[in-house]
Design a protein around this ligand. Structure first.
Ligand code: ATP
Ligand code: MG
Length: 273
């Protein structure tokens, strides 16, 4: 696997180019659950942009609004204030340009792994035979070949997560949103899929926003880590990862990796409110 210096990546995506995704002044509130209660302010003044090929990790305490942020970026929920623009276009209908793997896998129980995996291709009008071929080819890299004809309820939690990840990455989109995609996986499958994602993305220009609870995973995979503070969620800190991508698991032993890990853990523990 070739290791490209960061300077090379940046020269391919000059900072003068407009961001692929721009999140400006984003806020999200939900109406009060009961009469007399205050509305729930989940996100407040969230600002960041993502460039082509950039990998952003988002970490923050449970309930800090990470999944809500992805829902709003995907266009599944509308913001209470602010806007999300993709390629300068602040339209709400972004689903055709953004792939999204939800925190809950949302696989269709009546469909097999193959049929679930090919949904995105079907929706874009791909012929069934071709969609099946592409899904089966990618399924091999996810270790799902043997279960292509099984239904989600016949799979283990980790297999379901891999099937959902397979579905999210077919077809290829400009932006990929991943909400704790490796959460239910054992350590070995988890690092195999992290390595797989790293190698696939290195060949594509897909921008990724990954929500994770795992600080090491955030540093291993991303160019930049956003730390969300809780209630209402806002960006409390941003860290650039000063290590060339793609990184192997061995990078976790590098002094800059260890220093960043401790800074991130410290910022997660800081009393923001
Ligand atoms: N549709 C909704 N209606 C009302 N409240 C909601 C809705 N969706 C989320 N919330 C609330 O918004 C807050 C943030 O939820 P969210 O799921 O975004 O957090 P999270 O950071 O993803 O948490 P976790 O790490 O546990 O997945 C929570 O208090 C949650 O109860
Ligand atoms: Mg969540």
């Amino acid at each position: 696997m070739t290791v490209r210096p960061r300077a090379w990546r940046e020269s391919m995506t000059p900072w003068t180019s407009p961001p692929l995704l721009d999140v400006r002044g984003l806020a999200k509130s939900y109406p009060p659950r009961r009469r007399g209660e205050a509305p729930l302010h989940v996100l407040e003044n969230v600002n960041f942009s993502v460039r082509e090929g950039e990998f952003i990790a988002v970490i923050g305490p449970s309930g800090s609004g990470k999944s809500t942020l992805l829902n709003v970026i995907a266009g599944l929920e509308s913001p209470s204030a602010g806007a999300v623009a993709i390629e300068g276009d602040p339209q709400l209908e972004r689903l055709g340009r953004i792939a999204y793997m939800h925190q809950q896998d949302l696989l269709l129980p009546w469909r097999t792994v193959l049929e679930n995996g090919r949904i995105g291709l079907e929706l874009q009008g791909e012929a069934k035979q071709e969609a099946n071929r592409k899904t089966a080819a990618l399924a091999e890299r996810f270790g799902l070949t043997d279960v292509l004809d099984q239904r989600p309820w016949q799979l283990s939690g980790g297999m379901r997560q891999r099937a959902a990840l397979l579905r999210a990455t077919l077809p290829e989109r400009r932006v990929l949103l991943l909400d704790e995609p490796f959460g239910a996986l054992d350590a070995i499958t988890r690092s195999a899929l992290q390595a797989w994602l790293t190698s696939v993305l290195d060949r594509q220009k897909t921008a990724v926003i990954l929500v994770t609870h795992d600080v090491e995973e955030a540093i291993l995979l991303s160019d930049r880590v956003l730390v969300l503070r809780g209630q209402p969620g806002a960006i409390a800190a941003q860290f650039h990862v000063p290590l060339p991508r793609p990184r192997s698991q061995a990078a976790a032993a590098d002094p800059p990796f260890i220093a960043l890990k401790s800074a991130l853990i410290h910022s997660l523990q800081a009393p923001w409110q």
